[in-house]
Design a protein around this ligand. Sequence first.
Ligand code: UD1
Length: 418
Amino acid sequence: MSRILIEGGVQLSGTAQVHGAKNAALPILAATVLNEGVNIIHNCPPLKDVNITVEMLKYLGAHVEREGDSLIVDTRGRLGNHIPEKLMRQLRSSIVFMGAIVARNKKAKISAPGGCELGPRPIDLHIKALRELGVKIKESHGYIICNGEKMHGREIHLSFPSVGATENIMLAASLAEGKTIIQNVAKEPEIEDLAVFLNKMGAKIKGAGSSRIEIDGVEKLSAAEHSVMPDRIVATTYLCSAAITGGEVTLTKVIPEHLSACVACLRDSGCDITVGDDWIKLIAPKRLKAVSEIKTMPYPGFPTDAQSLFLAMLTVAEGTSIIKENIFESRFKPAEELVRMGADVMVDGRIAVVRGVSNLSGAVVSAADLRGGASLVVAALSADGLTEIENPHYIDRGYAELLEVLSKLGAKIKRVEY
Ligand code: UD1
């Protein structure tokens, strides 16, 4: 068991580098299953969720080695069809292995996935889309059993632009016979990164990043080398951390365009932000201002993953902020913990009303999911006195060297085992 201890009240300052995106790395690693070769994936941070994905690849029979921030994934030879429940339940995005395995082996048997508890996270869109591609799917005893012998391209309309479902279709359709057109797809930058990797492998994918993707299935894909895009939510975490402490930080290795919805809200809260090609600089005001309304939306709207970070940051802003969570209904879990720290937050269903207080006070709080846990770090950085964050293993899912980076920016932060 461990806890993160933060002595708040230090203004963050300096420069930090942002690591590769977890949510891009995971489907890209799954995509290596589509070829038989040695893939090199750079900028792949040593995060818990990446490590679990590597375990899944190894279980299937791939050889995976880490060299610094790069993963060498050798998918030559026979790979299995099956991922056991124990591994699948550790990670929701493991569901993308369904499309990848069925495309490679024509058969797959995987259990329903797990992941952070953010409310109901169905996989109906994934299953419906793969069925439309001709995959026969049986759900039995908690397992999803797929037969893709008769897989073929087709036109699919997603009723909601699900990130995972879009990725699953891209993976399966890349090796399906004929043309697949997907309408109302997710436009998240991670989708574009996956498409770039698949195209390097020899896939024929057009339109990623727009709401219509066209895929001409090919018979065979080959290994590729790729560098994962920067993590836009990790970048947002450091920006909110600097903002809440009244600090001044520059982040490097970012794609500022991916951050525009968050940057707009940070500017509304009074932060001065300058951007370059691959860097962003934030200078916080003496006191943050409330943001009248934040609504989470699919990209390019405000990301649900950044919602808890802003919730924490706005607890000390002057005035009242309203946050509406449109994507995952249970994403206000940190609110209760923030109230323990002196915040004035009222949650009613999908709406949170945040009345800014002049300061938070350190307390023992508990992380209940990845970004909710990170939001407690953000809050603790500005709180008076010591905050102890329980269950930091949730935070480990998505942040590599969080403590090292924040310490370098001046934070008084450490981890204790007990
Ligand atoms: C991905 C991200 C996650 C982010 C989310 C939304 C990864 C590993 N995770 O999750 O960090 O918060 O996108 O940007 O990339 N839905 C259905 N049926 C389905 C699939 C989804 O109803 O079959 C619903 C979900 O319950 C949710 C919404 O669609 O309400 C968005 O889910 P989705 O875009 O699929 O998110 P994930 O891919 O799970």
